[in-house]
Design a protein around this ligand. Structure first.
Ligand code: NAI
Length: 442
């Protein structure tokens, strides 16, 4: 039994590069080098050897789930759009990567832009869409440049435009830039922004697969999700399913940040543990310090203590163990970090990024910041902890979009898992970790 466990562990900890297979291997500005590594072969296969339904069936069968963070089944999403009746359909790539600490999509777009473009064309063929948009975070200059160059070359080579490779299928692709608003990464706010309106979320349902861009059926997927597609089409669903877990097949690209020795990006099969990510791939903590807390999944993710380091990460790990995978951030924090300060920092981010359209999010984030700011100044009260929890729950239940709906995850997890730190911060004359600046001795 022990040997079996060891073997399984070994299987999990190897790096597997599906999405990152070309990163560092090709010049991202050379379409020829992409083609030399089987680039656009999947598009050729889809167009000439597969019916649109077969493409969708393959993606469904592979079990690929949305890598933006929510893990919605990709093939199902494509099927919704394929079945919807409309004179025009769209494919949109959400490249407005805004989750603090996440920079995986940037690496993919800068290092292998054609993989995303190829996937979007395949998606267009599968669902019957002839137009696509890549909505890129405006600050990602390198991504914008490389994607634009790749689109230009793809047109020249006949992979984009009219009658692609003589197949009769046509597809056009355009780049749109974000302007620094976190909420524009929320899919409906993103669609509004492409339409030329202020980037504010719509009420869901209806969902974009049936009512998306300009009200038309629209597949909207994250960069990493798309980047998996060509390899799945080329190698088949069963090949993809050999990696990862049963419920979350494939790999995940993680961003390792914070006090780890090797900050950066790593692609590993789903099911990897936080411990492996921090100690094996991240090289442990800087200065040999003790790990104190980790935020998994991004700002909207969970704060966990060292007792949860061995939880396998996949799309059910939040439901099963209270550890979210989200967009794949692993933010390691050492013993010198104060959870009250971290909670304040997190809520200030949400308050700043709340678009203000709905009251629960606008006021909930503001109230949470007000209380946490008071606590960090040494003026906190015990009742504040319950009030913060109530704010978290109300904001989650009543907010219009994912931004407000997700503040309960970081807030409740930090209050639950680090309650002692919050209590130790109350009724004392100095921050126990010496991080927060108390205004005056109590
Ligand atoms: P969601 O669960 O509402 O939706 C996920 C996807 O599934 C969407 O595309 C939605 O349209 C689709 N969907 C859900 N139910 C559907 C249905 N019944 N019919 C058709 N389509 C359906 O989650 P949301 O708000 O889109 O994303 C939340 C996630 O975003 C969080 O998990 C968070 O980790 C992540 N996130 C990622 C960021 C990044 O920079 N990558 C930034 C902020 C949050």
């Amino acid at each position: 039994e022990r040997l079996k466990l060891v073997v399984e562990r070994e299987k999990v900890t190897e790096e597997v590069r599906i999405v990152l297979r070309n990163i560092g291997m090709i010049d991202p500005r050379s379409i020829d080098q992409y083609i030399a590594r089987d680039g656009y072969f999947a598009l050729h296969k889809a167009l000439f050897e597969m019916k649109p339904e077969q493409v969708i069936e393959t993606i469904k069968e592979s079990g690929l789930r949305g890598r933006g963070g929510a893990g919605f089944p990709t093939g199902l999403k494509w099927q919704f759009t394929a079945k919807a009746q409309a004179d025009q359909k769209y494919v949109v790539c959400n490249a407005d990567e805004g989750e603090p600490g996440t920079f995986k999509d940037r690496l993919i777009m800068e290092g292998d832009p054609h993989s995303v473009i190829e996937a979007m064309i395949i998606c267009g063929y599968a669902v019957g869409a002839t137009k696509g948009y890549i909505y890129i975070r405006g600050e990602y200059y390198g991504s914008v440049e490389n994607i634009q160059k790749a689109i230009k070359d793809a047109y020249e080579y006949g992979f984009l435009g009219e009658n692609i490779l003589g197949s009769g299928f046509s597809f056009d692709l355009t780049v749109r830039l974000g302007a620094g608003a976190y909420v524009c990464g929320e899919e409906t706010a993103l669609l509004e922004s492409i339409e030329g309106k202020s980037g504010r979320p719509r009420l869901k349902p209806p969902y974009p697969p049936t009512n998306g861009l300009f009200g038309k059926p629209t597949v909207i997927n994250n960069v990493e999700t798309f980047a998996n597609v060509p390899q799945i089409i080329l190698n088949g669903a069963n090949w993809f399913k050999q990696f990862g877990t049963q419920g979350s097949p494939g790999t995940k690209v993680f961003s390792l940040v914070g006090n780890v020795v090797r900050r950066g990006i790593v692609e590993v099969p789903m099911g990897v543990t936080v411990r492996e990510l921090i100690y094996k791939f991240g090289g442990g903590l800087v200065g040999g310090k003790q790990l104190y807390m980790v935020q998994t999944g991004g700002t909207a993710g969970t704060f966990i203590g060292v007792d949860k380091l061995d939880v396998p990460l996949h799309y059910e790990s939040f439901r099963d163990h209270g550890v979210s995978i989200g967009s794949g951030v692993i933010l390691a924090m050492d013993e010198d970090v104060c959870p009250v300060d971290v909670a304040l920092n997190t809520m200030e981010f949400f308050e700043h990024e709340s678009c203000g359209k709905c009251t629960p999010c606008r006021e909930g984030t503001r109230l949470a910041v007000e209380i946490l700011r008071r606590m960090s100044k040494g003026q906190g009260k015990r009742e504040d902890l319950d009030t913060l929890k109530q704010i978290a729950i109300t904001t989650q239940e009543a907010s219009l979009c994912g931004l407000g709906q997700s503040i309960n995850v970081p807030l409740l997890s930090i209050l639950d898992n680090f309650r002692e730190d919050f209590l130790a911060h109350i009724g004392t004359t100095a921050c126990p970790k010496g991080v927060c600046r108390f205004e005056k001795p109590m």
